[in-house]
Design a protein around this ligand. Structure first.
Ligand SMILES: [Zn+2]
Ligand SMILES: [Zn+2]
Length: 422
């Protein structure tokens, strides 16, 4: 036998039950997104690398270390998307939604790619669903987006998560913040981890993201949080967001050290964590990004959004929700004449939307009944020698084990009566 080819490290097949679970979760999320007025957008998986370099910013881990970038045959630098916000904003501008819709609420679901060391909840191909609301500076939008992430997690069945929020302020506040951070660590520069030494030079805000205990302590001893760098406008924006959340009875914690490492975030930023997940405890995160639209060539517009990590969300589920049903009917047969009758009946039912299955491997009747069980069939339709002779079908209810004989010519209408109530 030839050697088998395996899936790449950091990628994973979603099979059967797991795929059904994901479909169920996605359907629940879609319903919530729609209720909040979001429409789906499907953007490409590959983009020009410059889209991500320009939007996420140099000096971020994603751009510096984690992008899957390659040169294509036309000598262009192409990147597998590490996240979707930049693509959604590009699409919003390129397709002129700015004029068509003005304010736009868009949601997406799909795979993202980052070259990270694979570990629990961290894959190289991972999956996110998220929203982008583009075209408003209103603090009520920030509160609504935070309420939406909570509503999605609630409907999916994630319990016991916590929401942390903070404000980074406008671009000039962020400059003040970077200076304050540099000042806070300057006397202890040699004690910082290697990453933070680079961050000090390139992107001081990211020092706040460091998980290293020494870095954390140095920073917290000398820096009281982002609040002291906010201008009056940004302070009042943040106040309104908090009051709106209070009004909605959304539980949140203000974490003055919370920043999002990406360049495009301004003002409100938030993160949802779950203790079930250990060190990598974020299920989702987001915030406002008032500069990105301009940065990508549009006119300045406020925007806000979030992304939820699917793998992490599945790990944090309180319980596995009820999945969509198994098949309705399994035809178990003996002999070719019997099989032909079942084959035609199965096709007729399938076309009507009644799911059914039969044997393709010449299995014994016993093995066919086991297959019916495994597929979660509601009924087994048995056609053996006696049934063939009497032009009938034995219909077995798989949960009650009751059996009855149905004339062959009435079988389809009997199934319609059972499954469609007609
Ligand atoms: Zn400000
Ligand atoms: Zn550090």
């Amino acid at each position: 036998m030839k050697e088998q080819i395996r899936a790449l490290r950091g990628t994973k097949d979603l099979l059967l039950k797991e795929a059904r679970l994901w479909t169920t979760l996605e359907a629940k999320a879609r319903a919530v997104f729609n209720a909040f007025g979001y429409e789906e957008i499907r953007v490409p998986i590959i983009e020009e690398s410059s889209l991500f370099v320009r939007s996420l910013g140099e000096g971020t881990d994603i751009v510096d270390k984690q992008m899957f970038t390659f040169i294509d045959r036309g000598k262009r630098s192409i990147t597998l998307r590490p996240e979707a916000t930049a693509s959604v904003v590009r699409a919003y501008l390129e397709n002129n939604l700015i004029n068509e819709m003005g304010f736009a609420k868009l949601f997406y679901m799909g795979p993202m790619f980052r070259a990270e060391r694979p570990q629990a909840g961290r894959m190289r191909q991972f999956h996110q669903m998220g929203v982008e609301a583009i075209g408003s500076y209103s603090p009520y939008l920030d509160a609504e987006v935070i309420a939406l992430i909570a509503a999605v997690l609630d409907s999916i069945g994630v319990a016991g998560y916590s929401i942390k929020i903070n404000s980074l302020g406008c671009p000039s506040d962020k400059k003040k913040l970077a200076e304050a951070l540099r000042k806070a660590v300057i006397n202890n520069l040699d004690k910082l981890c290697d990453d933070c030494k680079v961050r000090y030079e390139k992107n001081a805000l990211r020092i706040l993201d460091c998980k290293n205990d020494t870095c954390k302590k140095i920073l917290r001893d000398a820096f009281r949080g982002t609040g002291e760098c906010l201008c009056p406008d940004c302070l009042s924006h943040f106040e309104t967001v908090k009051k709106a959340l209070d009004g909605l009875k959304i539980n949140y914690i203000v974490d003055p050290y919370l920043v999002r490492g990406l360049d495009y975030y301004t003002k409100t930023t938030f993160e949802v964590t779950h203790k079930k997940l250990g060190a990598q405890d974020a299920i989702g995160a987001g915030g406002r990004y008032d500069n990105l639209i301009e940065e990508l060539g549009g006119q300045a517009k406020g925007a806000c959004g979030f992304a939820i990590g699917m793998e992490r969300t599945v790990m944090a589920l309180a319980e596995i929700p009820e999945l969509s049903d198994g098949i309705k009917v399994f035809f178990a047969t003996m002999g070719e004449e019997e099989y032909k009758i079942a084959f035609n009946m199965a096709m007729e039912l399938r076309v009507q939307g009644i799911s059914c299955e039969l044997d393709y491997e010449g299995k014994s009747l016993k093995a066919q009944m086991r297959a019916a069980d495994r597929l979660g069939a509601k009924y087994a339709a048995i056609i053996g020698g006696d049934e063939l002779k009497n032009r009938s079908v034995t219909l077995r209810n798989m949960s009650t084990k009751e059996q009855k004989t149905v004339p062959e010519r009435d079988f389809i209408s009997e199934m319609e009566r059972i499954f469609f109530n007609i």
